[in-house]
Write a protein that binds this ligand. Structure first.
Ligand SMILES: Nc1nc2c(ncn2[C@@H]2O[C@H](COP(=O)(O)OP(=O)(O)OP(=O)(O)O)[C@@H](O)[C@H]2O)c(=O)[nH]1
Ligand SMILES: [K+]
Ligand SMILES: [Mg+2]
Length: 490
């Protein structure tokens, strides 16, 4: 235990030592420049030198931290004027990275940025930052834990309102609080269990200690297990709810896709078998992100290309969170039991490639209601809640369909909350699953009083798995995986 801690401190020490050698810089506002303002951020022990050299000031005291100064900046060797800009600096550790940070808020042109880059690169021990390097330094200097860093990248990538909320809460520590609380509980139990092992034979240590440990571990075990049974809500919100539109040829699948994307995304035609490939489009519905797929009409066919399209439709549908099945209403007979006919229609469609999609939620759209006599339309409105008659041509019931779909998606995702956050990331799921498995081993072994030392080893492994999520425990490899998703300048 102590050895491991020492190794961690050693890593951190080397990190601090080596990072003091290089001061990094990059555009923090992205490379799509040609904007009113762009920000060049510089971080490291030599960062403030750039402030003095570029502004030709001699004393750092002329700049109070966290205050903006309008300055002319110059090439330090040629004395050429580069730009007039706002400058600010943050004294480490009270900065984003925990190191001294300088920012130049320049005019957002490629030429100004390049001129400054050229000057900065000429300074000794200055170099361009790698992707995610500012955030990595923030993590290594204890300004962020890994879940907060992941929240930050998710916030940068957020496309919809609900994604914004979820990632913002995570960036502010919602998951860190939860996972650290569990980890600290387990570390305490571990310490008590170890004390029991070491001393219970020759000293008076109460047997209650062990019972107490078991009870506490059980509570954490239950909480993590519950957290894992989340139907991937947070992950669906983070990655987008995947929806496939399925149905027989000409049912109106592409017409429905075009309504949802509000543009002619897919070709619509009266020719059955128009759509062949899976057509993917990302949309925002009520703040929820959706990855929507139009697919080939499902039928048995001798055409090898169409058949490939049908196979792709099934493959994609199997990977989805929700299916919209479109049925041409005019294929149903009003005088027979409609629910039975719909069930039969679905089972005929699905057996084409012997699937059942049993575990996937389905919303059934009876399209082309405009073709049905108005008196009869009423009958279709009284079907199951997951069946909705619409017309893609006359737009009848389309608003109702959109609200129903939004409701279904809201149920699949989560209304983000700071106090009860959901899992958002496959990486966390892997380590949490490992944690419950180890805790389960601990509980089994300790209850059967088999091997106390081995049982406690599992408890130790569980604390390590939890620590890997927040980054209390880390490897270079892990950090590479996490921070490589960041862009340069973040
Ligand atoms: N009357 C009527 N026709 C519709 C409606 N929706 C679509 N259609 C027509 O039905 C035909 C087929 O529409 P598509 O959207 O291409 O159908 P699809 O299911 O994508 O067809 P495939 O890609 O060939 O499987 C087109 O001629 C559409 O104009 C509707 O609500 N009412
Ligand atoms: K068609
Ligand atoms: Mg189509």
């Amino acid at each position: 235990m102590i050895l491991k801690q020492l190794r961690l401190y050693k890593n951190l020490f080397f990190y601090r030592y080596s990072s003091s050698l290089s001061t990094i810089f990059a555009l923090a506002t992205g490379y799509q420049i040609r904007s009113g303002v762009a920000i060049i951020r510089i971080s490291g022990s030599l960062a403030t030198q750039s402030l003095l050299k570029l502004t030709r000031e001699t004393k750092l005291e002329n700049f109070q931290p966290k205050r903006l100064y309008l300055k002319k900046i110059y090439h330090d060797k040629t004395n050429d004027l580069i730009d007039q800009c706002m400058t600010v600096w943050f004294k480490g550790p009270k900065s984003f990275t925990g190191e001294d940070v300088v920012e130049f808020h320049i005019h957002g042109s490629k030429a100004v940025a390049s001129a400054i880059y050229l000057v900065l690169s000429s300074f000794p021990n200055y170099r361009l930052a790698e992707p995610g390097e500012f955030s990595k330094r923030a993590y290594l200097n204890g300004r962020l834990d890994l879940t907060e860093a992941e929240g930050l990248i998710d916030l940068i990538n957020a496309q919809t309102e609900q994604q914004r909320k979820q990632s913002l809460y995570q960036m502010q520590g919602s998951l860190k609080e939860l996972y650290e609380r569990w980890r600290i509980d387990l570390v305490k139990s571990l310490a008590h269990a170890e004390a029991y092992i070491d001393f219970h034979e020759d000293q008076h240590i109460e047997n209650d200690i062990l019972t107490d440990v078991i009870n506490k571990v059980k509570v954490t075990y239950d909480s993590i297990s519950l957290h894992l049974q989340d139907h991937r809500r947070g992950e669906i919100l983070r990655d987008g709810c995947r929806i496939a539109i399925l149905g027989a040829p000409n049912a109106g699948k592409s017409s429905l896709l075009n309504i949802l994307t509000q543009k002619p995304t897919a070709i619509v035609s009266p020719i059955a078998g128009t759509t062949r490939d899976v057509i993917e489009s990302t949309i925002d519905l009520g703040g929820y992100p959706i990855v929507l797929c139009d697919t080939a009409g499902l039928r048995i066919t001798n055409d090898p290309i169409e058949n490939e399209g049908v196979s792709r439709a099934f493959d994609r549908a199997n990977a989805c969170d929700l299916l919209i099945i479109v049925i041409d209403i005019s294929t149903l007979s009003i005088n027979e039991n409609l629910t039975e006919q719909i069930d039969k229609h679905l089972s005929d469609l699905f057996t084409i490639k012997s699937s059942s999609f049993n575990s996937i939620t389905k919303l059934i759209v009876l399209n082309k209601i405009d073709l049905v006599n108005e008196n009869i339309q009423l009958k279709f409105n009284q079907l199951n809640v997951n069946v909705i008659p619409v017309s893609c041509i006359s737009s009848v019931n389309i608003q109702e369909f959109l609200s129903k779909l939004t409701k279904y998606i809201a149920e699949k995702c989560t209304e983000p909350s700071f106090t009860t956050p959901y899992l958002t990331n496959e990486r966390h799921r892997i380590y949490l699953t490992q944690t419950v498995e180890d805790l389960s081993m601990f509980l089994t072994l300790i209850n059967s009083n088999n091997d106390l030392v081995l049982a406690v080893e599992y408890l130790r492994l569980a604390t390590r798995s939890l620590g890997t999520i927040t980054g209390v425990v880390y490897t270079e490899e892990l950090l590479d995986v996490i921070f490589r998703d960041f862009c340069i300048g973040k």
